[in-house]
Design a binder for this molecule. Sequence first.
Ligand code: CA
Length: 362
Amino acid sequence: MKKKLLVYAGVVLGIGLIAFFLYTNNTSPTEEDNNTCYFELDENLTITHGKEFNITILSKEKIKTLELHVGDSLISKWANPSNKIQFPIATGYLGVGAVSIVLIAKDTKGKEIRDERVVQILSDIIPQQWSVKINAEFPHLDSNFTQGLAFSGNDFFESTGDPNKTGSTLVGEIDLETGKIKRRTTLDASYFGEGLTILDKQIFQITWTNQSCFVYNQSDFSKTKTYSYTGEGWGICNDGKSLIMSDGSERLTFRNPKTFEVQKTIEVYTNEGPITKLNELEYIDGYVYANIWTKNLIAVIDPQKGKVIAIIDATELATKGKGNGEVLNGIAYNSISKKTYMTGKFWPKLFEVEILKKVKAS
Ligand SMILES: [Ca+2]
């Protein structure tokens, strides 16, 4: 019996030793041990937009050349740098969001050494709390899984998705007063429609995971182009020059409407961090209004830097208009009448709203 116990103990000890050996062998050295030139930085550096921060670059051996990149830009270069460099980085020219800082060094033998870190730049603005006032209500087809809502002049359009895979994705011209679809074009059940926007009488309809944007003539819904893109498509609007697209993250992508090429991306941040799940979009008076998926909230975004200037609480619309429908989604602005309209997925009602831009008493 004792002999058996000893054997068991030996086996357990052996397994333990092997596990320990494997563990210690698999534990990679830290980046700083590995790198002879590196940032002396916390893993996650967070800074408020507009403030400057100092970074320190340390070298353990002689370095021949050293480059410092922030985002896509080379911002400084050194030849034969000393083994400790301190360098100020301004944030005012950058947008808010995550930005990479990268050092690329070459030692005297020509070997490249890199260190890359991510810095989070928070907005310096605390978003105001705005609300909505209902000025009028209209019927809305509760069979419409609203993904996009937009005007072209006084003509009103809606795009829908297809959660039940029945081929119910459509782009329709809507009679505002009755909610009825005056004319439509549809996609088959292999497509899941998302947002739409209209620029120069061309309707752009994006899709969720199909990575396709369809372009139609507003006049007769004839398809003129199909663009492809990578990633998901959620919402789309335009500022008259660029298409602006959301993809379910905190990112907004600006695209050339003639080629669909990416012009720039911004990340949408408050003073506390990113606002993710940006959904249906509308461009109103210089700001991007974005439904936040699953919430009765709309973010009002400065499209230059990505800062959230206000959050609109639209809970009242859901209380009065949701019925058996799903989430708040869909904002349309008529630039002629200056009126704003909102609805939700499968909602029986659509509202003309006034946005109350004053701080709510808490
Ligand atoms: Ca819209």
